[in-house]
Design a protein around this ligand. Structure first.
Ligand code: ACM
Length: 263
């Protein structure tokens, strides 16, 4: 199965240009799955909730999901893409998974980072693996990687490939996501963005270095720190269904839920 990421720099607030660029690039690809960054259609750094509201969309009726569905059908691959979702006057930092068969699955970021808490409502959709082809996919968004329970929930539900649309800012994400892959024995596609955004005194540098990690922690693909690029690799996804670490150790069966802290 071919899986990949598209690392790029969305133009802040210019959804038309971002969607055009996404369509142009995806139309050139030959893959089974492609993952785009968090908030790929709008950019990240907004002054206020009110400023972001006009760019927010319903899923699946909004223009982003409809465009992605069209591309997925035409190109015969699944797409995971971050976007701003609007529902009942609430904004969510969401990602959609669309398939060539027309299926749409939504995930809403549960663990909001820093001032995202002033803009978005935290996600309210349970972690669930989604069937695609002969495998199952799971989605977490950016800062969710810091909460091992999120990836673990998806892996326990059978996800073999974790899709991770990101706008990473903290320096250790690159290393922590390798742990998430190893401890769950899953493939992990970290699709980060590049570029710089500034609004008033606020500014953010995104650090790229998107990566695809194997269930044993090997880096199968790695992007640069500031260039826009697509990388696609061929993986045998069933490697992720083997949870045995040694003859005597199975990463799931050895869990001691009876001893773990429960809130
Ligand atoms: C982040 O969660 N966008 C850092």
């Amino acid at each position: 199965m071919r899986i990949g990421f598209y690392q790029f720099a969305p133009i802040l607030g210019n959804k038309v240009a971002n969607l055009e660029k996404i369509e142009r690039t995806l139309n050139t690809l030959n893959t089974d799955l492609i993952v785009l960054p968090e908030l790929a259609t709008t950019g990240y750094l907004f002054k206020s909730r009110a400023a972001l509201m006009p760019l927010a969309e319903k899923i699946p009726d909004g223009e982003t999901t409809q465009l992605l569905l069209k591309i997925a059908k035409k190109k015969n691959f699944a797409i995971v893409c971050g976007l701003v979702e609007k529902e009942n006057n609430n904004l969510y930092n969401s990602a959609v998974l669309v398939t060539p068969q027309g299926k749409v699955y939504t995930y809403r970021k549960a663990h909001l980072f820093f001032e995202e808490k002033l803009i978005f409502k935290p996600g309210n959709i349970r972690y669930r693996a989604v069937k695609y082809k002969n495998t199952k996919l799971g989605i977490i968004i950016c800062f969710d990687y810091m909460f091992p329970e999120a990836t673990r929930s998806l892996a326990l539900d059978g996800a073999e490939i974790i899709c991770h649309p990101s706008n990473l800012i903290l320096p250790f994400g690159e290393r922590v996501t390798i742990s998430r892959a190893i401890e769950n024995r899953v493939f992990f596609i970290m699709a980060n963005r590049v570029g710089f955004e500034k609004i008033g005194k606020k500014q953010v540098q995104f650090w790229g270095r998107s990566q695809i990690i194997s269930p044993t922690g090997e880096i199968l693909a790695k992007a640069g720190a500031d260039n826009e690029e697509v990388q696609v690799v061929n993986v045998y996804h069933k490697l992720a269904s083997n949870k045995n670490v040694t003859k005597y150790n199975n990463i799931f069966k050895d869990r001691r839920v009876d001893l773990y802290y429960q809130d």
